[in-house]
Design a protein around this ligand. Sequence first.
Ligand code: SF4
Length: 276
Amino acid sequence: MRTINSKDITEAVKKAAIEANTLLPTDIYQALQEAYAKEQLPRAKHILEVLLENADLARQEGLALCQDTGLVVVNITFGQEVHVEGSLEEAVNEGIRRGYREGHFRASVVRHPFRRENTGDNTPCVIHTELVPGDGMQLTVFPKGAGSENMGRVAMLKPGAGEQGIIDFVIEAIEMAGGSPCPPLVVGVGVGGNLEVAPYLAKKALMRPLGKPGPHPELEHKLLELINRTGIGPQGLGGNTTALGVNLEVHPTHIASLPVAVNLGCHSTRRCTVEL
Ligand code: SF4
């Protein structure tokens, strides 16, 4: 059994929170560059240029990529042979608290959905843990803005809807979202599981770097082509670049179910993974 001190977790999460908010991941930055090179519509091209400039400035000045620094999701893969000294949940939240304070990032979390008083330090975050073999721990810090999160959708399709039903649902979600989720998007799709698993898969899909192979690359490619044919374009003002990529994850499901969820990542899809 390996012991990890909760103070080390707090420090790692703090650094990851600052990095995630100020450094656009390389794969997203490269995808924006490629989209800029390919985009035909001058207005869309200009927007992509501004987004690249924004990412450069954030990196150089240590500033937030976007004013909405999000509700933070922290995905933890937790080795079965790890023992945490202290509270894991409190250690992670303390890391977010310190990172947001040091980074001067906006606090966007309200304590109760009806009363809506701001907690003042962007906690609590949303924590998911997955048990894996071994004595390591990996944490992905994923600040998620509401503009894109609010446009996510989930459906319990009939199994007979098949692949075409999945495609139709994803395209409908993109068209309903329009410019609200700040395109160009990263589109996370979760298929299978049940009513709670499919949305989790869609969120997890957004944490996979663009270009890293998933279980269904052909369907991802087909969806990306169809999404970019909608013409919604950067910031919803028209163009060929509505999405930079589609990541799809699957899970076993019930014989009578075909759950599908869509979670949209914006042009500032931010994440930072650390290992302990
Ligand atoms: S959707 Fe993304 S880019 Fe748009 S306001 Fe929210 S965090 Fe910022």
